[in-house]
Design a protein around this ligand. Structure first.
Ligand SMILES: [Mn+2]
Length: 288
């Protein structure tokens, strides 16, 4: 089992100097840095090469997290938006292949954050999402990229709220490189049993996000970590476990994630680093 952390723990925008964070998480003992997809499509070949080399030199594997924009929504009723979405992923996957990145996770079947001012058409959006993911999965497969479709809580999406729905969606897509992404923060809200949900995902579980119910680092809340360990063990899970803590207010990250108080208690960067190191030790101890 490999352990990672999302760069946005330290940042307020959906982009950053990823080389800085590659070096940081390597020093903290992580195997993986998860980065946001959005800026990558605009990187030059030189920038891509630099990030790839930096990751290699520091022994860090990069994975990508993505909250698709409304303009690239694969489940949109507007055919031109779906087309733009596919073109976006085509460009992105091309860059990811060059960067030696082989996994992207998130609500790739839809857009995020959700806007509940518009009417919800779950069935229609579900079906268009299946078609869209099937199409981009073919492009991703040629580039050796796995798509992990994230199951999220009801306040952030109406399409996939439970592991059961995630598995059904992935089975309908029916592509070898399309899997389910479960996140303990979302599961805590929606699932009858967190261990049960992991077992439901079973062989379809391609990626795991971990964090407490309030999105603090693992070990600072009340998530049932022993139960999570037992379930991951039962399904023989051997993919990545990436923590996704959000403790700081501000910027687009703070607004999109809805961080309305400083969960870090005014932590300095050094204090955040120390907590990330402790959370890694805790996660390795309890989950691996
Ligand atoms: Mn997540």
């Amino acid at each position: 089992m490999k352990f990672g952390i999302y760069y946005a723990y330290w940042e307020k925008e959906w982009q950053a100097d990823y080389k800085y964070y590659i070096k940081k998480v390597a020093k903290l003992g992580y195997d993986i840095l998860e980065i946001a997809a959005t800026p990558i499509v605009d990187y030059s070949d030189d920038q891509i090469e630099e990030i790839k080399n930096c990751a290699r030199e520091n022994g860090i594997t990069l994975t990508v997290g993505h909250g698709p924009s409304k303009e690239h929504n694969l489940s949109s009723t507007d055919v031109s938006i779906r087309k733009k979405g596919i073109e976006f992923y085509e460009t992105l996957f091309d860059k990811l292949e060059k960067m030696d990145v082989h996994l992207i996770g998130g609500a790739l079947n839809t857009y995020w954050p959700v806007n509940y001012d518009v009417d919800v058409d779950k069935t229609g959006d579900w079906n268009r999402g299946v078609e869209g993911i099937r199409e981009i999965a073919k492009i991703a497969e040629e580039k050796g990229i796995t798509l992990c479709i994230e199951v999220m809580n009801r306040f952030e999406t109406y399409l996939l709220n439970t592991a059961e729905e995630g598995v059904k969606f992935v089975q309908e897509v029916d592509a070898p490189n399309v899997k389910v992404l479960l996140d303990t923060f979302h599961m805590n809200i929606e699932e009858d049993s967190i261990g049960g949900a992991i077992r439901t995902a079973g062989k379809y579980l391609g990626h795991m996000h971990i964090g407490e119910s309030n999105r603090k680092v693992p070990g600072k809340g009340h998530l049932p970590w022993a139960e999570i360990h037992e379930a991951l063990n039962d399904i023989g899970y051997d993919n990545a476990v990436v923590m996704e803590p959000f403790e700081k207010m501000g910027g687009k990250v703070g607004t999109d994630i809805k961080v309305w108080r400083d969960l870090s208690d005014g932590a300095s960067e050094q204090a955040l680093d120390d907590r990330a190191r402790q959370a890694l030790e805790f996660s390795r101890y309890i989950l691996a």
